[in-house]
Ligand binder design. Sequence first.
Ligand code: C5P
Length: 409
Amino acid sequence: MPLDPTPVPDELRGLRVALLVSGGIAAYKVVDLASALTQAGCQVRVAMTSSAMRFVGPATFMGVTGHAALTGLWTADGSPEPHVSLGDWAQLILVAPATANVIGRIASGRSDDIVTATLLAARCPVVVAPAMNDAMWSKPAVQENLGTLRHRGVTVVEPESGRLASGHSGTGRLAGAQAIFAAMVHAVRTRYDYAGRRIVVTAGGTREPIDPVRFISNYSSGKMGFALAAAAADRGARVTLVTAASHPIHHGIEEQHVDTAEEMLAELRTQLRGADVLLMAAAVGDFRPARTAKHKIRREETPSLTLQLEPIPDLVATLAGDEALAGVFRVGFAAEDSDLDAKGVEKLKRKGLHAIVANDISRRDIGFGSEYNAGVLLFADGARHELEKATKREMADRILDLLLPKLQR
Ligand code: C5P
């Protein structure tokens, strides 16, 4: 194969890159990547799985990077914990080629070799470039493991279609250098791009009590709000999550649990002072019981029950009218089953928002409860951006990408 002529983007120059190589035939192409990165002024350190060494020798990587490749957790390299040293040192990790096996092991949090242990010990962004046979690529287990990595903020560079080493044609060929470099640039660029910003995110469906054991709520899972909070925190923002839903929380996020819309409004009034952005992903109820029974309503004593509901004021519109919060950039979320654009624009105006994400809940493959989402991001200045189907975490990052240029300061 000829040397890849793809130029290395300037933004990668001088970067400390840990290149983690697993055992696929595409490992030979990764030698060229290591060479190109080194020649462009990156510092490249390689760690390899034992299977990777069946395809390319560590001496090859040493030859192109000028440094010995790490080949195991127990091989003497002068460091008692080579995975921790490499993880601490790296500003970016590239796993290439990433086999189905290593993807599965990363997704399940294994750390029994130098590659997986380095990933667990690292704090920097991670880009994974899979390469495998097309049948392996299409297996639900592989796709679910990749979904898990994406959900955790790992960038996956989709493999290409074409002739594979097995002789088949299909998807599974390691992505080209240009796509891999572009993913690396994006991962580096977004690393701390929200540093110094304070972001308040809301999540989940609010719960309005009927009595001490029953409530009115909706199908919102809160996953989109949790994904936004995680993405913003990973990008350096100070994040408060005001949530009516419960999920494992990403480290570094301040969580405030609320149940009712009224509690959410009170918490937002406190949290939004000094904040830059409000991401209003919560599905706030529109009606609540006019009265809450003090004691459990008993079926034996209640032959029929009529609930009287009263409207819940629009929280985000209420906040838009609060002068003390005028500097907060307010982003709403609207779940729609038709006319996304028209309904989105109408809500944007009515609620005094700066932007709105309208997503299509008529599609069964995205939205409520799903790990995926899709929709359109509309700004008050008329800008419109399609949000292609992606994991909620990927969509959260895309929203943050598009929001940043709109924020003053
Ligand atoms: O009108 P709709 O409920 O579709 O609008 C959704 C947006 O408005 C979301 O951002 C949601 O958090 C917000 N909202 C609100 N207060 C309500 C209802 C919705 O702030 N009572």
